[in-house]
Design a protein around this ligand. Structure first.
Ligand code: HEM
Length: 215
């Protein structure tokens, strides 16, 4: 009990004696956080319900119609979150999710760091080259899968040119399935690196703020 009081006093002292706001910087604005957690939640449900529709798991015994509705509804939610992030990026003129050639040139050095050949990662903008590649590919592939999803939803009534372009309904399904597998394979890597690399980044994705390393 005494210990708790001591910690509380120490925090209070620090809060009073120094200007805490000078020590922390806003790293993730509110719309990025709303996008992140909303997209993470709804996309996970889209992927899992998509797999269930593809091959129902017998022991779950879920109603196919309800899973389909969940799949469509959460796809629209995911699209809404992506649209909000795009609007936010345009309003704030934020290009932190768009990879540049200079970012990609640093990828071999980043790989060397992850493979323990370097002690520190190469310098980067807000996100490193690996993150940039993964985040931008997720958004692009998600938009492609959603467009293909609309074509299969309309069952040949609209977007017939898209069926023809990809080479038929089975190929369209195969592309969506491959995108799902890519997302499901890379999301655990993202979660693993978020939890093991720099926890202050995770704190910023929750609270918005990160402790300024220079102060
Ligand atoms: C428990 C699960 C997750 C955790 C702990 C987590 C954590 C994080 C953290 C800490 C960042 C910031 C990285 C940095 O500042 O270096 C981030 C960014 C991001 N994460 Fe996640 N994430 C999770 C799940 C997901 C999922 C499922 C998706 C969707 C596929 C996702 C998509 C993204 C995107 C797109 C960004 C960039 C955000 C932006 O700038 O707009 N995350 N995540």
């Amino acid at each position: 009990m005494k210990q708790t009081v001591k910690i509380k006093k120490a925090v209070l002292k620090e809060y009073k004696s120094e200007n805490l706001m000078e020590k922390i910087t806003l790293f993730q604005p509110i719309w990025v956080r709303i996008f992140h957690w909303g997209f993470a939640f709804s996309l996970t449900l889209v992927l899992l319900s998509g797999l269930e529709l593809h091959k129902p798991v017998s022991f779950l015994n879920l109603n196919y119609g309800k899973v389909f509705i969940a799949h469509v509804v959460f796809s629209w939610f995911s699209l809404g979150f992506v649209a909000s992030r795009m609007a936010d990026a345009l309003i704030r003129r934020d290009n932190s999710l768009i990879p540049k050639i200079s970012d990609l040139k640093l990828f071999p050095k980043l790989l060397a760091y992850y493979l323990f050949f370097r002690s520190s990662p190469p310098p980067s903008r807000k996100y490193n080259s690996g993150q940039l590649f993964i985040y931008s590919s997720w958004i692009l592939l998600f938009l492609i899968a959603s467009f293909l999803g609309l074509a299969s939803y309309w069952q040949g009534k609209h977007l017939i040119w898209l069926w023809r372009l990809v080479g038929g309904f089975q190929i369209l399904r195969w592309i969506k399935f491959s995108i799902t597998i890519y997302l499901l394979a890379t999301i655990p890597l993202h979660i693993y690196l978020s939890l093991t690399e720099d926890l202050s980044r995770l704190q910023a994705m929750l609270t918005g703020y990160e402790r300024n390393p220079n102060k």
